[in-house]
Design a protein around this ligand. Structure first.
Ligand code: G4P
Length: 530
């Protein structure tokens, strides 16, 4: 098969949702359709329950599940689908944000009763940053939820995206009768069915057909009215607007009942983007370029002290990757080869000989990689846009054992390379401020410093509100700002100044007082230095 054909048959995406909306359930149904698993219940939730905070090994056990399911490959309708899993727990949200840089589209799951929730908004913000195409699945229609029109309005207003329903529910909760597929003009009747693939589909070209009244009785009039309204209010579905991230097609269903899932999957296959190129420090790289290149977006450490290796997850952007061939590690200016690169099919890992754009492979690594690293066939460039996100909780790392300060320094450097947390240095005294998105990360860091680096530490709370990277076209102004605010200026690992804002109010005041200074909430602006 040619490179072009390999690219055409691939789709790489992630399912995102606020916890409990049904991401795990939907994932499982997709794997059932793809034949990657045979029974329901085979996919374990990677949700990390808050009660497990004190029990670190439990967290790790669950993280173990999450690495096993980090990438789930399966075939459906002749298409190779790479589904990238994202941690369910909000404290691991930064991991999710980074995974989103490695996909070409997403499916967003919404609970019909809860509508748009806090985590939904944050995840969508990240998708909107790079105009990732989004399909929305409104789940749990077998339960009482919000009015579907209200839900659509809520999606548009809270997620800053236009929506276009492609299926429409007939009632909900105990009276849920099914969905009307607006695209295919067919009626899909609901029967609660947890494992079988539902095939109760009736074609309905003309909704005025009296047969509709026989089948869905009183709900027929409402359905006709709703569909008229939709056709009047919403523009016809435009695939280009979906691909450019302006419009999200919406489906209704019930994942646990395997209902409405196939319609969505079939549409996904039809409209979702092939593996896309990515921007680099020198030019845009197209997937069809013959020379291999890719970037690392996730690193998973093996916590077993007997096997200290880590797995770096690499998304292939261009060309063909081959086992045992030397590739150029741009940051280290070093050539490396990989004798056992792995691919992931559902829960199985296997060594692969070659891989193509859109694929995600696992590379065993003894410490060469950090997040954002680029591999090429010799060219010197870096993939852009694997940013660090502004952390929200800050603590000072205090060394409890002065004899082990080297171990502590090395440990925190490496853990932050893995993306577990972000590290800022505060002057004077080179104080180490650790910033995370969620509390659980502090437990992870403390445990790993102790067990992997034999360093002992404690954390002292710091009352910062947000970290913003600061830049300015006017160097003198930036210097003035960093001098004035010296007590609140941290320096990231690359030596960039970061304003550790004590409160939202003080952040806004600083913005007003220094209009020449730009405050960034992600490190995306950074040009990686070659
Ligand atoms: P998540 O990964 O997004 O966190 O959600 P998950 O799939 O684990 O689903 C959360 C809960 O919602 C689960 O119930 C799941 O069974 C239920 N659920 C998912 N889809 C539907 C649906 O279409 N209708 C209804 N009524 N429920 C749905 P749980 O009680 O937390 O777990 P379990 O014991 O059922 O596995």
């Amino acid at each position: 098969m040619s490179l072009q054909e390999e690219i055409k048959k691939r789709r790489t995406f992630a399912i995102i949702s606020h916890p409990d909306a049904g991401k795990t359930t939907l994932t499982e149904k997709l794997l059932l359709f793809g034949g990657a698993i045979q029974t329901a219940g085979a996919v374990k939730s990677n949700k990390i329950k808050k009660t497990a905070t004190s029990d670190f090994m439990e967290i790790e056990r669950q993280r173990g599940i999450s690495v096993a399911t980090s990438v789930m490959g399966f075939e459906y309708s002749g298409i190779k689908i790479n589904l990238l899993d994202t941690p369910g727990h909000k404290d691991f949200a930064e991991d999710t944000y980074r995974t989103l840089t490695a996909v070409d589209s997403v499916i967003l799951v919404i609970d019909c009763a809860n509508g748009v929730e806090s985590q939904t908004e944050k995840l969508m913000e990240v998708c909107r940053m790079r105009d990732t195409p989004v399909i929305i699945f409104i789940n749990k229609m077998d339960r009482e939820g919000k009015d579907p029109f209200d839900l659509l309005d809520e999606l548009e207003s809270k997620l800053d995206i236009k929506v276009r329903p492609l299926s429409w529910p007939i009632n909900m909760g105990a009276r849920f009768k099914g969905v009307y597929d607006i695209y295919d003009k067919s009626l899909n009747l609901f029967s609660a069915n947890k494992t079988k693939i539902s095939d109760d589909i009736i074609s309905f070209d003309n909704l005025e057909d009296p047969q509709l009244d026989e089948i869905i009785e009183d709900d027929a009039a409402t359905l006709r009215h709703d569909i008229h309204l939709i056709e009047g209010v919403y523009d016809p579905f435009d695939i280009n607007k979906y691909l450019s991230g302006e419009v999200a097609p919406v489906f209704f269903g019930s994942a646990v009942n395997n209902f409405g899932v196939k319609e969505m999957l079939d549409t996904f296959i039809r409209i979702s983007p092939n593996p896309q190129g990515r921007d680099t420090t020198i030019r845009y790289i197209e997937p069809i370029e013959n020379k291999f290149s890719g970037f690392v977006f996730k690193i998973h450490a093996n916590l077993d002290p007997k096997h200290r290796d880590r797995i770096a997850f690499l998304r292939i952007v261009s060309g063909e990757f081959e086992r045992n061939k030397f590739y150029h590690h741009v940051r280290l200016d070093k050539d490396l080869r990989f004798s056992n690169p792995t691919s992931f099919m559902a829960q199985d890992k296997s060594v692969i000989d070659e891989a193509y754009p859109g694929d995600v492979i696992g590379l065993y690594d003894a410490g060469n990689f950090k997040i954002g690293d680029t591999l090429t066939e010799g060219e010197n460039f870096f993939y852009k846009g694997i940013p660090a996100f502004s952390p929200e909780i800050f603590r000072e790392l205090i060394n409890k054992d002065p004899m082990k300060s080297k171990q502590l320094d090395k440990g925190i450097e490496q853990l932050t390379d893995e993306g577990v947390a972000q590290l800022f240095y505060l002057q004077p005294g080179n104080r180490k401020i650790v910033g995370v998105v969620g509390e659980l990360q502090f437990d992870v860091i403390q445990y790993r410093l102790e067990h992997e680096y034999k360093a002992s530490c404690m954390f002292q709370p710091m009352s910062f509100f947000k970290a913003c990277w600061v830049t300015s076209a006017d160097k003198l102004k930036l210097d003035e700002f960093t001098k004035r605010k010296a007590n609140n200026i941290g320096w990231d690992k690359d030596g960039n100044p970061v304003f550790l804002a004590p409160s939202e109010w003080l952040l806004n005041t600083a913005r007003q007082d220094y209009p020449e200074v730009v405050f960034h909430t992600t490190s995306d602006f950074k040009e990686v230095l070659t």
